[in-house]
Ligand binder design. Structure first.
Ligand code: UD1
Ligand code: PEP
Length: 446
């Protein structure tokens, strides 16, 4: 039996939610603690699945991870780090994308790494070729096994001149986590500069790393022999914040998102304003609301930072189903991030997905059979239906569509949403949503 969330639509979400540390930073800062020779403290840690997975992976490698029962702050002590049994590591196959980032830190800490098959959202192929090339350039030996990969470095890791074909967030973090204690200098050209990448650099700098970021996507790292611990408050989750902002628009609601940071969300804020959303920006958070009247359609392209973040795309598409006119969204980061629209169409949305690049700049996915552009015509009256969560943001998008729909919806597969949204059912209830959690004994069809 699995959980099923029954959502009765038609209630505008209204009230306050708090977002804590970013899913795309916190687990990586936990991994960075392995590079230190003393304990680290990480603050503002959310209770999400990816944090649980990395806690377990670190613990089976002998790292002590203690959680403050009141604040949730983590104290991580890597001094007992040791090789874990392969069978134990394999239990985390398919859980998350973070394990690939353990390669460099485990090599520095214990000389080798075994990495299970990765998980994460199925929104494209999500290869790890950049990661493996980066590791090889540092002098690592990568062996592909049936259930994962084994990495060794017989001569240690040495700094390298690396150029990424695309500013991948994960591959940039792979370089950072491998280079800080590698011998010599590393120069990374074509780096990602997302706020979460910069916050990871801040963590590493606190530990004693020497890293400089240039304005042309070049990062220079001077390897040091030893790093200490850190005490860091994670930046807040701009992707969760943007999701709640879209939820406010979709349900004609009014949500104060405590912890939302203007600086990390500037591109989102511009877009939200163009759609016609209302907002009050404060130091401690942002109030996002539907001001009444019509929403405006728009033409939008996802991109690497400082462009419009791909993780903001799916919830915003639901808001665009409510705009008056035709919107075009060109997804240029992942080749297959519109699968979730199929359920929206069943709910009454008018969305067509196309193979062509319907944006100002042709992207890597043009002429390659990927349905990566969407045309959305609105406003559409959504109707409740049965949906199965396809991925993290797609699942949240289905939830907010169901909340705006007439009638009720049954949503299965909701555990996926716990990967990135802390206590989302409590938050929805706190905002006035009419939802109830039950058991799906009938085995709802997908
Ligand atoms: C845990 C985490 O932080 N996840 C985020 C991270 O994912 P993640 O780090 O996996 O995303 P990347 O930035 O690496 O991926 C961007 C693009 O590069 C491609 N690529 C990536 C690596 C590689 O070895 N080969 C390759 O071809 C991917 O298929 C994708 O098309 O950044 C994404 C882009 O901001 C976000 O959507 C994810 O929420
Ligand atoms: C794609 C996402 O996450 P991940 O990289 O962890 O799958 C996301 O957060 O939307």
């Amino acid at each position: 039996m699995s959980s099923v969330l029954t959502v009765r639509g038609g209630v505008p979400l209204s009230g306050k939610v708090t977002v804590r540390g970013a899913k795309n930073l916190v687990p990586k800062a936990m991994v960075a603690a392995l590079l230190g020779n003393s304990q680290s403290v990480l603050r503002n840690v959310p209770e999400i699945k990816d944090v649980e997975v990395v806690t377990s992976l670190l613990q089976i490698h002998g790292v002590s991870v203690l959680k403050d029962p009141v604040s949730g702050d983590l104290t991580l002590d890597p001094q007992g780090a040791t090789m874990a049994a392969t069978a134990q590591i394999e239990t985390h196959a398919g859980d998350s994308r973070i394990p690939i980032l353990l390669c460099g830190p485990l090599i520095h800490a214990i000389g080798e790494a075994f990495i299970p098959d990765l998980g994460g959202c199925k929104i494209g192929d999500r290869p790890i070729d950049y990661h493996l090339n980066v590791l090889r350039q540092f002098g690592a030996v990568v062996e592909k096994l049936d259930t994962g990969i084994r990495i060794t470095a017989p001569n240690g890791l040495r700094g390298a001149k690396i150029s990424l074909p695309y500013p991948s967030v994960g591959a940039t973090e792979q370089v950072l986590l491998s280079a800080t204690r590698a011998e010599g200098i590393t120069e990374l050209v074509g780096a990602a500069t997302e706020p979460e990448v910069i916050d990871l650099i801040a963590v590493l700098q606190k530990m004693g790393a020497l890293i400089s970021v240039q304005s042309d996507r070049t990062i220079r790292i001077e390897g040091v022999r030893n790093l200490g611990g850190f005490d860091h408050r994670a930046l807040s989750d701009r992707n969760e914040a943007a999701s709640w902002a879209s939820a406010a628009l979709v349900t004609r609601g009014d949500i104060y998102v405590e912890g939302a940071s203007q600086r990390d969300m500037m591109t989102f804020i511009n877009t939200f304003r163009k759609v016609g959303g209302g907002m009050d920006i404060e130091d401690g958070g942002i109030r996002f609301y539907h001001p009444g009247g019509k929403l405006n359609p728009l033409v939008l392209e996802t991109d690497v930072h400082p462009g419009f973040m791909t993780d903001w795309q799916q919830p915003l598409v639901v808001a665009l189903t409510q705009a008056e006119g035709v919107s075009i969204v060109h997804e240029t980061v992942y080749e297959n991030r519109f699968g979730f629209t199929e359920a929206l169409v069943r709910m009454g949305a008018n969305i067509q997905v196309h193979r062509e690049c319907l944006g100002s700049v042709p992207c890597r996915f043009g002429q390659r059979n990927f349905r990566h552009s969407a045309v959305i015509s609105g406003p559409a009256q959504l109707r409740g239906t049965d949906v199965h969560v396809p991925d993290l943001r797609g699942g949240f998008s289905h939830l907010i569509a169901a909340l705006a729909a007439t009638g009720s919806s049954r949503v299965t597969g909701i555990d996926v949403i716990n990967r990135g949204y802390e206590r989302f059912i409590d938050k929805l209830t706190g905002l006035g949503a009419d939802v109830s959690l039950g058991r799906d004994s009938a085995g709802l069809s997908r």
